[in-house]
Design a protein around this ligand. Structure first.
Ligand SMILES: [Zn+2]
Length: 322
């Protein structure tokens, strides 16, 4: 393999993404975006594993090992250089597979009236929005056949989590939203767990590249909230997929001068408000101006807009945010 091909591979596989899909979590943030966490290469009890996402390098102060993503794969999987390369190629190859699955689910959406009716019920009507979010539907029982016919191996399908160990489609009767390196599936059936992700990291903030251009950004916790706001004309919206931001998402919010409006669910037990307040405080320490939006109790941005609220009323909530 040429030097150029190696460099290209390393560029396509950010070390931090690779670590996060192997369940590594940073414990501390250091200067210049560097991160510190427990070392995945030795029995570590206090964080000694340093990652520099900009340089794409790691170093462990405990076991003294360090290097790039290829070196990490060698040490982590305990394999030699050529085998580490093939593991990394395989990891990179899963991205096209997710893309293919998302396209298939998009084709299915309009063939299933129940799925479209569910979207309507959640206020998603505009075809522009469905296109923008690339929303699809997983009927179940047909993805595996489609992808194997395209030449993908069952092994690869299992590796992404699209197909279960027993060989069935993992997503059944779910609305599907493609994320960066993952697919979120919302169940239509009340009997199944409502929220599902494929194994691996949930990725960064949703549609961050678009939202980050605005001086004021609205952060919501769910994709249906994102959808309702986007449809109401708020295109400066992003979503963290839950109230717990991963390190990557937090760093994204801090990557420029802006005001962040935290519009989490107004749960009756106050958990959304508490999460918003603690996040606002953390953001404040990083020099980001955050304001907490107070919705009527029991509402999230989606229900607020779907059950009679309009863009002007939501704008008033933004203006009243502390
Ligand atoms: Zn170590």
């Amino acid at each position: 393999m040429s030097r150029e091909a190696l460099d290209e591979l390393k560029q396509q596989i950010p070390l931090l993404d690779y670590l996060q899909t192997h369940d590594w979590q940073p414990a501390q943030q250091l200067s210049r975006g560097r991160l510190m966490g427990l070392c995945p290469l030795h029995e570590d009890h206090k964080p000694s594993f340093l990652v520099d996402p900009h340089k794409n390098l790691f170093y462990c102060y405990g076991c003294g090992r360090g290097g790039d993503v290829i070196r990490f794969a060698e040490l982590y999987h305990q394999v030699k250089f050529p085998q580490a390369l093939s593991l990394l190629h395989q990891w990179r190859g899963l991205a096209p597979l997710l893309h293919e699955a998302a396209s298939f689910y998009r084709m299915q959406l309009h063939r299933h009236g129940g799925a479209v009716a569910y979207l309507h019920q959640r206020g998603i009507r505009s075809s522009e929005l469905i296109e923008h979010m690339r929303i699809g539907y997983a009927p179940g029982g047909c993805l595996r056949g489609w992808l194997t016919q395209l030449g993908y191996s069952i092994l690869a399908l299992r590796q992404t989590g699209l197909v279960t160990a027993a060989g069935y489609d993992a997503y059944t009767h779910r609305i599907v939203f493609p994320l960066e390196g993952n697919l979120y599936g919302r169940s239509l059936s009340a009997a199944a767990p409502p929220h599902r992700f494929l194994p691996g990291a949930k990725g960064g903030l949703y549609a961050w590249e678009q939202a980050r251009r605005y001086p004021e950004v609205i952060l919501v916790e769910g994709l249906f909230d994102y959808a309702a706001l986007w449809q109401a004309g708020f295109h400066n919206v992003t979503c963290s997929l839950g109230t717990n931001l991963n390190t990557r998402q937090f760093r994204q919010l801090c990557d420029g001068l802006r005001t962040v409006y935290l519009a989490f669910d107004a749960d009756t037990n106050n958990s959304g408000q508490k999460a918003a307040q603690s996040l606002a405080c953390r953001l404040g320490k990083h020099g980001v101006h955050a304001r907490t939006v107070v919705l009527p109790v029991g509402h999230d941005p989606n229900s607020f807009l779907v059950q009679g609220g309009d863009a002007r009323q939501f704008q008033s909530l933004l203006e009243a945010a502390q």
